[in-house]
Ligand binder design. Structure first.
Ligand SMILES: [Zn+2]
Ligand SMILES: [Zn+2]
Length: 492
């Protein structure tokens, strides 16, 4: 289509009022729809909100959205949701948004309140003239305290907390769905005390507030559940920061509390793993050593659920028979054969001859110049450090901006677009003519083929030349390229 015609059509479309988006297109089928209210807090909401979201998503039952401007909410924007999570402590939201939130909960939906969100919009209005004569910091929006099930008091005994310390959270009501089956847990957190509780709370968990830590010497209620209108509210006083929130007891009680607030029942288990292990993950031995590199390299192999990586650097990486322990070797090392004892060399040879896979990255193409079987048969290439008969020395250049074209049609390069890299280039690398190219560049300081599959028949051997420094390590494209190479090398 002509570009101008397209622009005119686009402009005409924008002038129309937006059509209602059918809910089935914007939410995952069958999930509990959660909206996290955040964006202001006297705590680090930029760190804690993504963790709350990750916990809910790891639980597998929720479709989670986040608003950082709750003041913009209204009845219509809240309509698709089953439950709100407040990780907010800041200015009032205004009459319309507050009425919408209150109506949402009263009308039968759920609310979960985390840590400082119980503080009644702790700001000027609360600390100023809204404080009552009895010293109770009644929120300027009293319905919030009714929903939460408690308010803070500036009068004695003042609501607050002692020193942050490690304490044991004890479950109190084993009959409640949120608490059923839960074990006591230790947490490093602030232990909120002297809440002014509203009638109707079912206290789920409490902790002894140690006077030696500035506490009250009493057991303080920390987690509770309540009804508000025909809705349900779950409150947790825990969760000062991500260290507190990463406590398994916090995470699992939070997701169970949100589920209960949304549905009135709890189906989730009493364990929640943010990073569950995949028993079928490819077992990778990553070998480093012999060449310095930035620590960012380790991020390349982190966080892939289908890959489990151990690191063993030289000089002892190949001391064991590796065949039973690992599926794929990833070499980001630099070693010459003189530095490898005979028995270690045999372990490496046995691994690649057994049909296992190997991925050679970047400077690993310099390895084993004195072991011709390795570079001619296995790697399919060699960065030539010292010129020899028929093999001039290879060269390198740092800090090159280059364009890399993945060669299509191979599982390793599947769906990877051309990429701009800022990396080191190699030129004059000796390469077998019969490798299967994976990556190409036309940069004049580089060889044209900078990634390949070796023709070695006994196992799957991949070489990927990019990966010198942080600029490449941190690219999602590179992470994906290496992951796909590892999976392919493992025969997946
Ligand atoms: Zn706090
Ligand atoms: Zn390098």
């Amino acid at each position: 289509m002509h570009r101008l015609a397209w622009l005119m059509m686009a402009a005409a479309a924008m002038a129309q009022p937006p059509a209602e988006i059918p809910e089935r297109f914007s939410f995952e089928e069958g999930r509990i729809r959660v909206l996290i209210l955040t964006g202001r807090n006297n705590h680090d909401w930029r760190a804690t909100t993504p963790l709350l979201r990750a916990a809910l998503e790891a639980a597998g039952r929720f479709d989670v959205r986040v608003t950082e401007e709750p003041a913009g909410l209204d009845e219509k924007t809240l309509r698709p949701y089953h439950v709100l999570v407040s990780n907010y402590c800041g200015p009032r939201w205004g009459a319309a948004a507050e009425a919408a939130v209150e109506g949402f909960v009263r009308g039968g939906r759920g609310l979960a309140v985390v840590h400082a969100a119980s503080y009644p919009f702790g700001g000027l209005e609360v600390l100023g003239e809204k404080m009552t004569r009895t010293g109770v910091r009644e929120p300027a929006w009293p319905a919030w305290g009714e929903m939460v099930g408690a308010v803070w008091s500036a009068g004695e005994p003042r609501t607050g907390h002692g020193r942050r310390h490690v304490f044991q959270v004890e479950w109190k009501d084993a009959e409640h769905p949120v608490a059923a089956g839960m074990r006591p847990f230790l947490i490093s957190d602030e232990l909120y005390n002297n809440f002014r509780l509203k009638p109707g709370n079912v206290v789920l968990a409490e902790a002894f507030d140690d006077p030696a830590q500035g506490g009250t010497g009493r057991r303080e209620p920390l987690l509770w559940a309540r009804r508000y209108g025909s809705g349900r509210v779950f409150h947790t006083a825990l969760g000062h920061d991500t260290d507190a929130m990463r406590t398994p007891g916090f995470l699992v009680s939070f997701v169970r509390g949100v589920e209960w607030a949304a549905t009135g029942a709890v189906t989730l288990g009493t364990r929640l793993d943010l990073n569950p292990k995949d028993p079928d993950a490819v077992r990778v031995l990553l070998v480093t050593g012999g060449h310095d590199h930035e620590a960012s390299f380790y991020e390349v192999l982190e966080g892939h659920r289908d890959i489990r990586v151990n690191v063993d650097p030289h000089p002892v990486a190949f001391r064991h028979d590796l065949r039973k322990l690992y599926d794929v070797l990833v070499l980001y090392d630099s070693i010459q054969v003189e530095h490898l004892p005979e028995s270690h060399r045999e372990n490496l040879r046995a691994f690649v001859e057994s049909g296992k896979g190997a991925v050679l990255l970047h400077h690993a193409i310099v390895d084993f110049a004195g072991w011709e079987w390795w570079w001619r048969e296995v790697a399919g290439g060699l960065y030539v450090l010292q010129a020899r008969e028929g093999m001039p020395a290879s060269r390198y250049l740092h800090d090159v901006e280059l364009v890399v074209e993945p060669v299509g049609g191979h599982p390793i390069t599947r769906e990877l677009p051309p990429m701009r890299l800022f990396d080191e280039t190699y030129k004059g690398v000796w390469r077998r003519p019969d490798v299967v190219p994976l990556l190409r560049t036309t940069h004049p300081t580089s060889d044209e083929v900078i990634g390949w599959v070796s023709p070695y028949a006994k196992s799957r051997i991949v070489f990927l030349q990019p990966g010198h420094g942080r600029e490449t390590h941190e690219l999602p494209w590179y992470r994906r390229l290496v992951r796909q190479a590892v999976l392919w090398a493992a025969g997946r």
